[in-house]
Design a protein around this ligand. Sequence first.
Ligand code: CA
Length: 239
Amino acid sequence: MTNPTGAPPAPTPRVLVVEDEAKMRDSLREGLEMEGWVVTTAGAGDEALRLLAGQAFDLVVLDWMLPGQEGIEVLRRLRARGTQTPVLMLTVRGELEDRVEGLESGADDFLVKPFAFAELAARCRALLRRPVLGTDEFLRCGDLQLDTHARLATRGGQQVPLTPREVDILEYLLRYQNQVVTREMLERDVWRQTNRFTSLNNVIDVQIMRLRRKIDGDRADRLIHTIRGVGYRLGKELA
Ligand code: CA
């Protein structure tokens, strides 16, 4: 089925690199930016968790050995929040038991230092291709489902009539569910306008308000939440 607003939202991959060694961190940033990705870096675990709470990422490259909070602890906390973003762990310890511990904590892949950058890039590309939430066709959160091919949304089995733009926004929020989607991300990836003279913030807020009325109505279990001054998050209410 054709999409009246053009191609479906195609986000530029957003990668978070968490590495305490400055030289390594800078070279990873440089290399991954060459892949055309948006790269953010953190030098410590608490900084990484702060960034992950404030905006959505498609992939986290996480060093195991970090001062203070170890990478594995960062990963545990991230998964405890319900975030399903793929995580590639970097480790100097190649022992099997560490890998088992890491996999049980929710790491998606491992790379043992030292490694060739081409190897890291290949692993990153593989993780970015993997659908994070079920199949690519059906995106779900609780009793909300979007059939991305037919572009039909249902909540509790009832069809929710949406405009083409609303379907685009919903698909985007579902792909980044349990993460914060900023207005800047929606402006770039859904509206595809980055060089506007005036901000689209008001337009975006109004559209989300309408979408929320249709999806959440006056239900108690609301799924679309406003993060004041930042953007929106689709997911279960945080305790
Ligand atoms: Ca380290």
